[in-house]
Design a protein around this ligand. Sequence first.
Ligand code: DGL
Length: 271
Amino acid sequence: MSSVRVVQRMGVFDSGVGGITVLQALRRKFPSIEFVYLGDTANVPYGTKSPSQIENLSRLCAQRLRDEKIDVLVVACNTASSWALPAIRQEVGPLVDVIGMVEPGVASVLDRCLTNTGPILVLATRATVRSGAYRRAFETALPQDSGGPGTRDVFEQACPLLVPMIEEGWLDHKILLQTIDEYVSTHRQQGREGIALLGCTHYPWIRTQIESRLPGWTVVDSAESVAQYLASRVAASGAKLSDQASSPEVKWIFTDPEAVPEFARKILRSV
Ligand code: DGL
């Protein structure tokens, strides 16, 4: 007789503080689950690194989380999801599930495609754009979309300067707005208001700033979609969610605790 697996502990991994935006959505969706958050603040940003560096760093983080006896791992980093998901799965072994950001991200855009027929713009790190992970996922998904292939343009925009500014805590700095403008102005000037996917988990921290440079666009943060996607996959796997204590404390691990920006430190206490 096979025993039902119980999900009691989930790991959430990002290069820095970006994954906290996903952790918040997961906590709302799974209030009885224990969470361990690992931010690789000693090595952020990943988005400017080579594929082998991203894979090696992701492997080390996966090993660290495996030692925390997690049942599920959410790779809350688009860059690591795009380049290192197979390596991470290999390191953590047979968990109930290991998910990344790309599929839920695409799903959250497709949900908006019925009401917005404009172009799709994926804002992401340089490494995520180079991986082609979103381009491939949209190519697969769009034929089922009501717009059909060829009727909807998909653009990817690398924004390599944004993560270092966010990790530096420059959320209200005028340079941040000017930098966002450099990245999005060409897309804005095309004249059609579309859907902009925040394809990096750091970007929800500057969502209002991005929205202000893309007036009329639908800006999509995929965190809720990740939580929903995970819930359906856990249910489909036949595993049970633990219903022990309500809202257990998050265990925080930062590879360089000194490097956690002040704005994130304030949030850690309330997640
Ligand atoms: N927050 C991560 C992402 O979603 C990584 C950003 C970085 O380290 O460059 O891509």
